[in-house]
Design a protein around this ligand. Structure first.
Ligand code: NAD
Length: 472
């Protein structure tokens, strides 16, 4: 176990103002994997001052030079991929093969995408008699969650840097170790002092201080809807820009005529990946009545392949959930599903046999879930799939759109045009058609209560810009 000291502020590791600490637990067995300082308002203030001081210089740095620094940062992330993967596995519990393929590799792709976007973005345009300037917003307060800990950091910091903003990052308390690695990478990449600063700490203390700080121009938050609402209200009160990436309850709609075997297998994989702790997970599978029982059987068979195992073993496909609290939350939803009368096809509230230490949840599938049930309405954030039955396409659309959320989704059909026509009517920010692949340039973000703003690609970059018009 490593006891880390200091926070990365103004280009150096500095001692925290207070003595409070956070223990980082390995959710696979509950052991202490490390500890970091729990920063408070004084640390946040020092970090914001450093970011403010660095802002004019970074904003004035030509975009191609900012792109070159992002390239150096990407290269360090590439060089340290294995260390990143193992660190995420230790603090989050995700299987190391998934950590390599997703937690370490996706941030490299996203950082890489902003090299070109920074260099090529049209920061000025002519509109009639005006010259419109797209200028960086200023100091960004980035508050990130634990479920894709490095991706969510890079998805905020890379576009902010590309735009010319400076950043204070407050990562989730469960996963500060990979955030420290990121700050080391920033240092190695030679970013000027104060351009990126890291304060580890508790949400209601350090997070709140950052969201409230007068020196922060834009708060970008990813996490729960409850905290997002508070941050949105705070930012609104202070007339400050805000971006919120919140929860989801996405629908995976399997239309009649689709390749059922493929759709169900991909749907189960999507929910079980990262132990279901994915905001965009397709947690509601919608199947036509005629295909329903076959889909349930196929889902049970596919789920059996997600046997829990040592997260550091290359062959493991399912790790624990992030914490004991998350285990309680997820098993509470499983119990609620049983109380409300859904059919438990596989899984349940007991930990898997032999995995009583740590925070383990059995991969769980519910059938006969109806749209008004808690299972079909609330984000569970665990390895729990609900399968719903629909009678016709209009019914499927009504169910798909029948939650407060609208982050992601999927449609499967024999005819691609039919799937696209259905997707156009879905109230959601992203839809994968017949298994469409992750695209790091595609705008990501929510309709309805799933959030405000977009991340990734050029849309993610423009979130960090404000416009000025010169008439001449
Ligand atoms: P959370 O919203 O409490 O934490 C996210 C981030 O916000 C963390 O960095 C946390 O320290 C910070 N934070 C917490 N309270 C704060 C406050 N008052 N002011 C400022 N910052 C604050 O999320 P969680 O407790 O880690 O997870 C709870 C649930 O949220 C999960 O079960 C899941 O449903 C959802 N969640 C969604 C996402 C997503 O990607 N959409 C990510 C993580 C969690």
């Amino acid at each position: 176990m490593q006891a880390h000291e200091g926070m990365y502020i103004d280009g150096a590791w500095r001692p925290a103002a207070g003595d409070d600490r956070i223990d980082v637990l390995n959710p696979a067995d509950g052991t202490v994997a490390g500890s970091v300082p729990a920063g408070g308002p004084e640390d946040v203030d020092a970090a914001v001052r450093a970011a403010r001081a660095a802002f004019p210089g970074w904003a004035a740095t030509p975009p191609v030079e900012r792109a070159a620094r992002l390239g150096a940062l990407r290269d360090v992330l590439v060089a340290r991929q294995e260390e990143i993967a193992r660190t995420v596995t230790t603090e989050l519990g995700s299987p190391v093969s998934f950590s390599r393929a997703v937690h370490a590799a996706v941030p490299v792709a996203v950082a890489g995408s902003y090299i070109d976007l920074a260099a090529e973005h049209p920061f000025e345009e002519r509109l009639g008699t005006s010259r419109v300037l797209h200028e960086p917003v200023g100091v960004v307060g980035a508050i990130t969650p634990w479920n894709y800990p490095l991706h969510q950091i890079v998805a905020k910091v890379a576009p902010a840097l590309a735009a010319g903003c400076t950043v204070v990052l407050k990562p989730a308390e469960n996963t500060p170790l990979v955030a420290r690695l990121f700050a080391e990478a920033v240092h190695e990449a030679g970013l000027p002092a104060g351009v990126v600063n890291l304060v580890t700490g508790l949400g209601p203390v350090a997070g709140q201080a950052l969201a409230e700080h007068e020196g922060v121009d834009l708060v970008s938050f990813t996490g729960s809807t409850a905290v997002g609402r508070r941050i949105g209200a705070l930012a609104g009160g202070a007339v400050k820009r805000v971006a919120l990436e919140l929860g989801g309850k996405s629908a995976n709609v399997v239309l009649p005529g689709a390749d059922l075997a493929r759709a169900v297998k991909a749907g189960v994989a999507n929910v079980m990946a990262n132990s279901g702790q994915t905001c965009s997970a397709w947690t509601r599978m919608l199947v036509h009545a005629g295909d329903y029982e076959e889909a349930v059987e196929r889902a049970a068979a596919a789920t059996a392949r997600y046997a829990p195992g040592d997260p550091l073993d290359d062959a493991t496909r399912l790790g624990p959930v992030v914490s004991a609290a998350q285990r309680e939350r997820v098993t509470g939803y499983i119990a609620e599903g049983q109380r409300e009368g859904a059919r438990l096809v596989t899984g349940g509230t007991e930990p898997p046999e032999g995995f009583e230490q740590g925070s383990w949840v059995r991969p769980t599938v519910f059938a006969d879930v109806t749209p008004e049930m808690t299972l079909a309405q609330e984000e569970i954030f665990g390895p729990v799939l609900s399968i719903l039955r629909y009678e016709d396409t209009e019914d499927a659309l009504r169910i798909a759109n029948g939650t407060d959320y609208g982050l992601s989704g999927a449609v499967w059909a024999g005819d691609e045009g039919e799937a696209v026509a259905f997707a156009r009517r879905m109230e959601t920010g992203q839809v994968d058609i017949n298994g469409g692949r992750f695209n790091p340039l595609a705008p990501f973000g929510g309709y309805k209560r799933s959030g405000v703003g977009r991340e990734l690609g050029p849309h993610g970059l423009t979130e960090y810009l404000q416009t000025k018009s010169l008439q001449f």
